[in-house]
Design a protein around this ligand. Structure first.
Ligand code: COA
Length: 428
């Protein structure tokens, strides 16, 4: 927790894309002050598994942060925001288009208030271009960034991926941009505006699909198991094809349950050893010299036959056994791990990638750990804050407000939602 210990972040992000970014920065040691509307980040109450507790959606994305509530629609709330801005290195947000501007805080205004502050902003489609005014969620970004059109089977529907590449993926992109901007700020004394559009982030992650898009102008894609031809406009969905220079596929294994599959990459160099191991067991003792599979070009051409033979072998073993057999032969492979497999996996526990935490409302719960391991700045994961848990603490310790000032600001509604107007009596 040393790397960013001198960095303070004013975190106005909500839902998933922004909070994953600020959580990572908090795990690297930044002091993250989560500025929430008085009713809190909407995810606190979404998909609740315990009626009176912050949801796992919230707790899993907001660890190691301090929470303050500020009503940005009051003059006093705006004053708290400005005072905090002056004390922070980074301000970040992922509101819908124009929200911060409507509060009266454009980037130009923020830069004027604190020229050193770096601003991080996530939008669905960025602040320029014809889509700039549109809101976005994970799957909207996956749809529009090229992920969905290339995921699934050729004649089936497009599919979203389980990995949250639109939200958490964009959060990662933003973290990289913020750290680079901080580095530049340290040289120049000037902050800058860092924007990541979810659609752009998805396109970045789909880069190799645009490699294939351009290759299609010159000829078919021989490594694809589905038919392709020169001039075919769009890259097709190709099931579980590897998408790289080596052939790969997900193969069903024993006992045939939903997740009894193993992904196998038939690297060029390993075919001989693999064929010698598989051949005798499936009644093909000469598989290693079989002409259909003798060269990489032939294996590409006859890959569906090859997968069938490997599949026959795989059905005789379970995925863990296969992992052992194949790794012994130096064949890259991965059993398809369910969330349950992962939650109980020794490797995962040893690498602290599924960690137990305590929470005053929900008791013991699990979070996915910190995937970036810094040798001199190991992450220490702490629970997410309750709504407004640190409002007074931050006002006193960061802003130096005294009790009387805090009380009068509370009175003015700086930290709370406006009281609802009483319902009018119906005229008799
Ligand atoms: C995610 C998203 C679709 C949610 O839309 P939404 O629920 O309508 O929320 P918005 O961000 O548009 O608006 C937030 C509202 O809360 C209000 N609000 C936020 N913080 C506030 C505060 N501290 N005090 C008072 N009001 C506050 C804003 O003023 C705004 O209200 P307004 O429309 O009256 O101005 C939208 O925020 C978005 O497109 N974000 C960018 C892309 C993104 O990050 N998507 C992925 C999310 S995982």
């Amino acid at each position: 927790m040393e790397a960013l210990k001198d960095i303070r972040i004013l975190d106005m992000t909500h839902v998933q894309a922004g909070p994953t970014c600020s959580q990572l920065l908090a795990w690297m040691g930044a002091d993250v002050i989560k500025l929430e509307p008085p009713q809190g980040d909407a995810t606190r109450g979404q998909l609740r598994d315990i009626a009176s507790a912050d949801s796992l959606y919230f707790t899993m994305l907001n660890c190691n942060k301090r929470s303050i509530t500020v009503n940005m629609k009051t003059a006093e709330g705006k004053q708290v925001f400005v005072d905090l801005l002056k004390k922070c290195d980074i301000i970040m947000e992922n509101f819908g288009p124009g929200v911060l501007d409507r509060f009266g805080f454009t980037w130009e205004k923020l830069h004027e208030i604190n020229p050193r502050v770096v601003m991080g902003s996530i939008k669905g489609f960025g602040s320029s271009g014809p889509y700039a005014d549109f809101k976005a969620y994970e799957n909207v970004a996956q749809a529009m960034g090229g992920s969905m059109s290339t995921t699934g089977v050729p004649n089936g529907r497009p599919f979203v991926t389980g990995a949250q590449i639109g939200d958490s993926g964009t959060g990662l992109h933003l973290a990289i941009g913020l750290l680079a901007a901080l580095h530049q700020r340290d040289r120049t004394g000037q902050g800058q505006y860092v924007e990541v559009a979810m659609m752009d982030g998805i396109m970045n992650l789909c880069r190799v699909k645009f490699r294939d898009h351009q290759r299609l102008q010159r000829g078919p894609l021989p490594e694809y198991s589905v038919p392709t031809h020169k001039g075919m406009g769009a890259v097709p969905r190709a099931g579980n094809d590897s998408g790289g220079g080596q052939l790969g596929n997900a193969i069903r294994c024993k006992p045939g349950g939903t997740n009894d599959f193993i992904y196998i990459v038939v690297q060029e160099a390993v075919w001989d050893a693999l064929a010698r191991r598989i051949g005798p067991e499936v009644g093909m003792p000469n598989l290693a010299t079989e002409p259909r599979f003798a060269t990489i070009e032939n294996r590409r051409r006859y890959q569906n036959d090859m997968w069938e033979i490997i599949g026959e072998f795989a059905l005789r073993h379970d995925k863990r056994e296969l992992m052992g057999i194949l790794n012994e032969l130096d064949v890259p492979c991965g059993p398809i791990m369910s969330t349950e497999d992962l939650a109980n996996d020794e490797h995962v526990r040893l690498r602290e990638m599924y960690v137990e935490l305590d929470h005053p409302q929900r008791g013991k719960w699990m979070n996915v750990g910190m995937p970036i391991k810094l040798s001199a700045s190991p992450a220490k994961i702490e629970r997410s804050p309750l709504l407004g848990e640190h409002t007074d603490e931050v006002l006193k310790s960061v802003l130096g407000y005294d009790d009387a000032r805090i009380a009068s600001m509370k009175q003015a509604g700086a930290f709370s939602a406006p009281a609802k107007a009483p319902k009018k009596e119906k005229a008799a």
